[in-house]
Design a binder for this molecule. Sequence first.
Ligand SMILES: NC(=O)C1=CN([C@@H]2O[C@H](COP(=O)(O)OP(=O)(O)OC[C@H]3O[C@@H](n4cnc5c(N)ncnc54)[C@H](OP(=O)(O)O)[C@@H]3O)[C@@H](O)[C@H]2O)[C@@H](O)CC1
Ligand SMILES: [K+]
Length: 507
Amino acid sequence: MKIVTSQQMKEIDRLAAEQFFIPSSILMERAGLSVVLSIEQVFKNLSDLSFLVLCGPGNNGGDGFVAARDLLDYTDYVTIVFAGDEKKLSVEAGENFKRLKSVGGDIRVLGVDVTLDDVADIMKKCDIVIDALLGIGIKGEVRGQIAELIKLINLYSNYVVSIDIPSGLDSDTGKILGIAVKADLTVTFGLPKPCHLLYPGRELCGQLKVASIGIPRVLRESKQFTRQIITKQLVSRLIPERFPDSHKGSYGKLLVIAGSAEYPGAAVLTSLSALRVGCGYVHLLTCSPANEVAIQREPGLVATVVDKKHFCEQDVAIALELSNNADAVVIGPGITCNDGVRKFLSEFLENLKVPVVIDADGLNCLARDLNILEKIQVPAVLTPHPAEFARLTGEDLSDVKYNYLLTEEFSKKYNLVVVLKSATTIISTPNETFFNLTGNTSLSKAGSGDILAGMIGGFAAQGLNQKDASICSVYLHGLASEHYRHREGSMLVSELLDLIPVAMEEV
Ligand SMILES: NC(=O)C1=CN([C@@H]2O[C@H](COP(=O)(O)OP(=O)(O)OC[C@H]3O[C@@H](n4cnc5c(N)ncnc54)[C@H](OP(=O)(O)O)[C@@H]3O)[C@@H](O)[C@H]2O)[C@@H](O)CC1
Ligand SMILES: [K+]
């Protein structure tokens, strides 16, 4: 499913009217109705409930007027508070203001007919508050009485339904503009917006419903929208097929360059996760004792050991020789980042001839010398977490998290795939961006990134391009964690490895 910014949504609105003769008034009518139907899906019997509909000064408020009118079909207990000026309403919102009044809607204007204290009293007694204060037209920090209303909602409401977006969120980033509504249910229209997927917005939305309001599918699926959510259908189409008449060579050969005397575990996790996603042959190049640890855990691995605590320049020859026999390479987990390792990595990457996944310490080495990226001749995936991406880009950590514009820019600049890992992971290629929603806090544990890198390498070795390998891996990695049956956080990363097959089976 595609994701659109507020600007793109406004463009859709314009095109719906100009090319498909569906004016904003129709979209608003259906938007308001879809909110009521979504509430009905949750609560079944609307006539038993009381509602407070808070309408703001723009078209988000207009949707609120429609919803209030529809609710009056079910019950008399609908109070409408309008925080705005009737004279400044758009044509569509103005019409719906009049329609609501004409069917007996009790619209009280904040500051004229009701005070904030009155609203607080109504709110406490009401079953459901509908937040139609601000939508995708929000600009800057929430101002004036609307900020006060949001405060009241978060203090006193029993159940909150936000129309389109929880008021106060920046639609394009998911950041809170001063203060934002904490909703139980958010009903958005046509397509999700970044704020529904990126934290803190994702959490403030509560349950998310994407309602159809009659925007033609060709418009919603237009190629000009280059961002989308990773779905199960997408992943199941991409996962490599298995053929009865096959052998290990049919499923690719991966070279994993990982581990050091201090971090043997990273090498093991990276190698095993590649096997878990179906890779036919994994060769691990590592430092002692990771080779022994790895073979003990899984005798199906092949390990070559360099006779030092860390990789260094002299190991480039063996690494390149092994890579000539491989379909893909993963490099970085646990290799540390001293001068010798950096020289090794730089010379290896410069001469590499097969697709590569660079993770963890590999990224920290790159961050010290970004010129290496210019010299890579093969398709590459970088899998940074936000701190690693901050080092790579030279930006502040707070500016990097969930910054899809930055992943897109970086991906274009160096012509590679960026996988920015977080609760919502963002994958950018030079032309497209994918948001992943699977996973939970079980993944917040050392070693879970090594597993992801190994999965991407394992799929790449089987012939998936770097984009598709990343999409499948990120989705399945998250899904595997959701299959852990105990309390989030108790899972060991070795257990995550063992849940990959369950996730693979599900898609
Ligand atoms: N296809 C579509 O797109 C469809 C869109 N639809 C609906 O339209 C919504 C977008 O409507 P919109 O563009 O009128 O903007 P909206 O969010 O109501 O806010 C604008 C108002 O808020 C005010 N205001 C702004 N910032 C503020 C702040 N920080 N603090 C305080 N006030 C602030 C601003 O005031 P101004 O800055 O102009 O003085 C202006 O009056 C969208 O979310 C969806 O619900 C549906 O009908 C179906 C089809
Ligand atoms: K809203």
